[in-house]
Design a protein around this ligand. Structure first.
Ligand SMILES: Nc1ncnc2c1ncn2[C@@H]1O[C@H](COP(=O)(O)OP(=O)(O)OP(=O)(O)O)[C@@H](O)[C@H]1O
Ligand SMILES: [Mg+2]
Length: 729
């Protein structure tokens, strides 16, 4: 078993090609977008971290600046002198400045309030919450920031900033100011973060000190436990669900100075939004690209599939034996194929036409062959009948007859002559006519016929000739050739039926298709009515005529056909209705010289045949009777034989007595005349033989008496044969 490779439709292949072209770029674009999206996310996260660092730095700077103001205050002369009364006045003036608007307090190193100048912030519970900061200042000798100082009123929440006051190198007091939580809120807002981000400050206790959104709800409250669980270390990022139940990305930084946390949280959605945006673009773009590709593909497929169907149809058309029509397909290569298919179709049609023509010609030739055989067979029998009629009528003619009987006999003899002519034409057509072929100068033969032809054509039809083959020789039976020319001329006259022109043209042709070797062509043209196709197709058929009864026997062109074929030549008809007809006879060229014509010596004496013994061989008793009677009438002794064997039997006894043997050629069932002649030569070499036949091929070697023959012809033949015997002896 052989594995069959799968068949794909053109559509499938084109679709695959399209996908192969459009998918890889889509996949590549996808991976690039994914990478870009990831790096975009990382960039955004880094940006968030920078902002949280900025908040931490800003907060630290803010507290530093407050501490610097406190340090500057600590250097005031009143304080350095310990003149607290004077310092009170200074302090009360200072709380009207922006820097210390929250109020100013001077505390002992143990934390007790020595002096207080209240500002915008409430000082309720100051001691307790500031204690840590004071303690820190005492411990480190550095400024410190407290956790959120939360009174029961959150709106007044504040943070304490404490700074040391040194006198003579020793810590003498602690200066403290309050920073309202609202100030820190303002600091956060000053960062101008995107609206969906939330920034917050968380003190060391984990209490929210400031928040960019809903500060009044959250400030003073402990930060979300989950958030607190993430903020381990100096800085970091995390994701969690915030108090608003929003999935957030968070990042934080712990200030080393205050220990406070700066944190920013933003909805994860705003982080991944650009990525999702890119993805949406990618998917949308890919779908668009694919749709456009499929659209283009469908269009291209139609542009290709439709022409392919056209080409397929063209191939089918050729398959059915027709020629397809060339049409542009819209695809250059396919149009080219289409053109080649049309050419192939035309070549095929031409080949078929040629084949048909050859077949028709062959068929026509075979038909003519068959008809010829039939006609020749009939003619043979007719010849014998005519022989008998002729012989008997001739003998009757010699009897004393009444004038009326003599007229009847001579009418009978004329009919026999006409019958003889007809049979002779039939035989010519059947190519069974005994031809006396001899080299003939064709143009000379034609010229010699001009007078007779002009008589036949009449005064209204001049003969024009155009000879271009001077001296061309062909081996033909001149009598048959003359008859053929006459038949053609008479047909031409009938076709013109009035004034016209009869042209005879000769030319030489090299190796032709119709005749082997070089040939001479003789074209006879008339300006007559021409022939319709059906007449043209049958014109050579014996007995085919379009003429009225009594005007044509339909044997004229049959004779021409038989003559040409038997002369190893060819004949063709060209005819156009209303224009005229041309009969073209083509004959093989010969290089034998034509014999000079020797006139038979006139006034030769009638040969005397009295006492001669003649053997007559014929299988037809009536013929035997007529020949016998004719010979006996002139004094011959006739020995009759019905076949070759009888003849040989006679000769074996009477070789010396026999003057001549007359034998039929065709004797079905027995020995043929030609064979008999051979045998006679063997046993009686001096006895001449004469063949009697109208049905024979070229019999150039023997003397032949063509049937039907008159008594004169018979006696002449016998006379000639006996002369030969005399010469041989
Ligand atoms: N030159 C021609 N022009 C037109 N038709 C012709 C010509 N020659 C022959 N034909 C046609 O061919 C037919 C056959 O011709 P053919 O010579 O064999 O017989 P016929 O002329 O009819 O009779 P026949 O020649 O025996 O007297 C004619 O009847 C005629 O229709
Ligand atoms: Mg004719």
């Amino acid at each position: 078993m052989t594995a069959r490779s799968r068949e794909f439709s053109l559509k499938t292949l084109l679709l695959l090609a399209l996908l192969a072209v459009s998918l890889p770029p889509a996949v590549l674009a996808g991976s690039v977008v994914f990478k870009l999206a990831a790096s975009q996310e990382a960039t955004l996260e880094a940006g968030v971290r920078q902002r949280v660092d900025a908040i931490a730095t800003a907060t630290d700077r803010y507290f530093d600046s407050v501490a610097s103001v406190l340090q500057a205050v600590s250097m005031s002369i009143s304080l350095q002198r310990g003149d607290l009364g004077a310092f009170r006045t200074t302090a009360q003036a200072l709380v009207h400045t922006d820097a210390l608007a929250g109020g100013l307090a001077l505390l002992s190193t143990t934390g007790s309030v020595l002096l207080e100048a209240p500002g915008s912030a409430s000082t309720d519970g100051l001691e307790a919450d500031a204690r840590d900061a004071v303690g820190e200042v005492v411990r480190t000798g550095q400024p410190a920031v407290s956790n959120l100082y939360a009174s029961h009123d959150l709106r007044n929440a504040a943070v304490a900033v404490a700074a040391p006051v040194f006198r003579n190198g020793a810590l003498a007091y602690v200066l403290l100011t309050l920073v309202p939580a609202a100030e820190l809120d303002a600091l956060l807002r000053g960062q101008h973060l995107p609206s969906d981000w939330i920034a917050a400050l968380v003190d060391q206790n984990g209490t929210i000190v400031a928040r960019t959104r809903d500060a009044d709800r959250f400030v003073g409250r402990p930060a979300n436990a989950e958030f607190m669980s993430h903020v381990i270390g100096e800085s970091g990022s995390f994701t969690n669900v915030n108090l608003d139940r929003v999935d957030v990305y968070g990042t934080f930084r712990k200030s080393p100075e205050t220990g406070w946390l700066s944190a920013i949280g933003l909805p994860r959605s705003s982080l991944v939004a650009p990525v999702q945006h890119s993805l949406a673009w990618l998917i949308g773009g890919s779908v668009m690209v694919l749709l456009v590709a499929v659209g283009i593909g469908a269009w291209a497929t139609r542009r290709i599939v439709a022409p392919v169907r056209l080409i397929t149809a063209a191939a089918h058309t050729i398959g059915e034996g027709h020629v397809p029509v060339a049409a542009p397909t819209g695809v250059a290569e396919l149009t080219e194929i289409g053109r080649e298919l049309v050419k192939a179709g035309e070549r095929r049609r031409e080949a078929e036409a040629a084949e048909r023509k050859t077949a028709e010609q062959l068929q026509g030739r075979q038909r003519m062959e068959t008809v010829g055989q039939l006609a020749a067979g009939v003619a043979h029998d007719f010849n014998n009948l005519l022989m008998v009629l002729n012989g008997n009528l001739e003998m009757l003619e010699r009897e004393p007859l009444s004038p009326r009987a003599a007229r009847l006999v001579s009418a009978g003899l004329r009919a026999v002559t006409r019958g003889d002519k007809l049979v002779s034409q039939i035989l010519t057509f059947g190519q069974r006519q005994m031809l006396k072929a001899e080299p003939c100068d064709i143009e000379a033969q034609l010229s010699g016929m001009f007078g007779l032809l002009q008589t036949a054509l009449g005064p209204e039809i001049p003969i024009k000739h155009d000879f271009a083959a001077p001296g061309a020789i062909s081996v033909v039976d001149k009598t048959e050739f003359d008859r053929a020319i006459l038949n053609i001329a008479i047909n031409a006259r009938d076709a013109m039926n009035g004034p016209g022109v009869f042209r005879i043209a000769t030319s030489l042709a090299a190796n032709g298709a119709n005749v082997a070797g070089p040939s001479i062509r003789v074209a006879f043209s008339d300006t007559g009515a021409g022939m319709p196709a059906d007449v043209l197709g049958r014109a050579f058929d014996p007995f085919f005529t379009t003429k009225e009864v009594g005007h044509g026997s339909g044997l004229g062109l049959s004779q021409v056909y038989g003559f040409a074929r038997q002369s190893e030549g060819h004949v063709a008809l060209e005819s156009e209705l209303g224009q005229g007809t041309t009969v073209i006879i083509e004959l093989p060229l010969s290089f034998r010289k034509p014999a000079t014509i020797t006139e038979e010596a006139p006034g030769r004496a009638e040969p005397s045949l009295i006492g001669l013994t003649v053997v007559v061989v014929d299988d037809t008793p009536d013929v035997l009777d007529v020949v016998t009677a004719t010979l006996e009438a002139v004094g011959c002794t006739v020995l009759r034989a019905a076949n070759g064997a009888e003849c040989l039997a006679i000769l074996s006894d009477h070789c010396e007595r026999v003057a001549v043997v007359l034998t039929d050629v065709m004797m079905p069932g027995g020995m043929m005349g030609t064979e008999l002649v051979g045998r006679i030569r063997e046993i009686c070499p001096n006895v001449p033989a004469v063949l009697m036949s109208g049905y024979a091929q070229h019999q150039n070697d023997n003397d032949v008496l063509r049937k039907p023959f008159s008594s004169r012809m018979l006696l002449n033949a016998v006379q000639a044969a006996t002369r030969k015997r005399g010469e041989r002896a």
